[in-house]
Design a protein around this ligand. Structure first.
Ligand SMILES: NC(=O)c1ccc[n+]([C@@H]2O[C@H](COP(=O)([O-])OP(=O)(O)OC[C@H]3O[C@@H](n4cnc5c(N)ncnc54)[C@H](OP(=O)(O)O)[C@@H]3O)[C@@H](O)[C@H]2O)c1
Length: 282
């Protein structure tokens, strides 16, 4: 048995897998949330190899499917009445634009709405850890791409939306979600953060088409390893709260340090609006 329990989405690949292994080595029990059973089982084996002394569990869910996320949250909550850390890590650049229910772009649904449902579904277990130790944390993987995001595009079926702008919107939503989550959970022992991992050599963008895909392919040799890219997530999950800083609750981090944000859509009002707008999916 480990010292704490961490739940990680998209844990079978890239940053999620590297983060899970690093936390296993720090004696965390891990709950891996993956969408594919074979890839999930392979990840479970390799995380277990990183530390045979901890428990490594696997749950399956597709974050683009609200009902699948509600079910997995229920199952995880009943198996884990206390959850110390949730890392909302899964995300991707869409190859092409596809809208799911009510005109919500699919990568936005998976990255923002899916994680919103999951976080709220796990809230009782997060609160139980917060009440017991005064320290439960929710970390959402954002990206420096948040700079190109615009809240005016959220929840709208736009004919001219490009995959790159859709991704920027996803990452802005992840950042705003962490900002508002810190407020919503004030006084519960839960803190929330968003993180940029740097440019990391993972499966990320490997099927991106056109100029952006070519640029990513050319840049790959110069990118960080997943282990290096995972460092900010690992820091936010495992460093003493004191070294993260109480005033940084709700903040955006890169290279294991708080960073100022540059986007006029990052306001308390817009973060609160996004929270209210997304509640309908619970
Ligand atoms: N790599 C970078 O340079 C970089 C930079 C900034 C931010 N990020 C962020 O870091 C996070 C992790 O990305 P990565 O670089 O590690 O990419 P990755 O290797 O492609 O991993 C993405 C993970 O998300 C999972 N996923 C995607 N859609 C899902 C869905 N609908 N339901 C459940 N799981 C889903 C994938 O599962 P499958 O294996 O089944 O597809 C995979 O496990 C993302 O949020 C990304 O935006 C990455």
């Amino acid at each position: 048995m480990g010292i704490k329990t961490a739940v990680i989405t998209g844990a079978n690949s890239g940053l999620g897998l590297a983060t899970a292994k690093a936390l296993a080595q720090r004696s965390f029990d891990l709950v891996l949330v993956c969408r594919n059973a074979d890839r999930g089982k392979q990840a479970q084996t390799s995380v277990q190899q990183a530390n045979p002394a901890v428990k490594v569990d696997l749950f399956l869910a597709d974050l683009a499917d609200a009902e699948s996320v509600r079910q997995v949250a229920k199952a995880i909550c009943s198996a884990y009445p206390k959850i110390d850390v949730l890392i909302n890590n899964a995300g991707y650049t869409p190859k092409s634009i596809e809208f799911v229910e009510e005109g919500v772009e699919k990568s936005f649904f998976a990255s923002h709405v899916g994680h919103f449902i999951l976080t709220n579904g796990l809230m009782d277990s997060l609160k139980a850890a917060g009440a017991a130790t005064g320290d439960a944390r929710v970390i959402s993987l954002s990206s420096a791409a948040y700079i190109g995001g615009r809240t005016a595009r959220f929840f709208r079926k736009l004919d001219n939306l490009s995959p790159m702008l859709a991704y920027c919107d996803d990452k802005l939503a992840n950042l705003l979600f962490a900002k508002e989550l810190a407020k919503q959970t004030a006084g519960t022992g839960i803190t929330a953060y968003s993180a940029h991992p740097g440019a990391v050599r993972t499966n990320f963008g490997s099927d991106t088409l056109g100029f952006v895909g070519q640029a990513l392919a050319l840049a790959r040799p110069f990118m960080r390893t997943p282990e290096k890219g995972a460092q900010t997530s690992v820091f936010l999950a495992s460093a003493p709260l004191k070294s993260i800083g109480a005033s940084n609750n709700g903040g955006y981090f890169a290279d294991s340090a708080p960073k100022r944000t540059r986007n006029r859509d990052i306001t308390d009002e817009k973060a609160a609006w996004l929270w209210e707008r997304t509640r309908q999916y619970l």
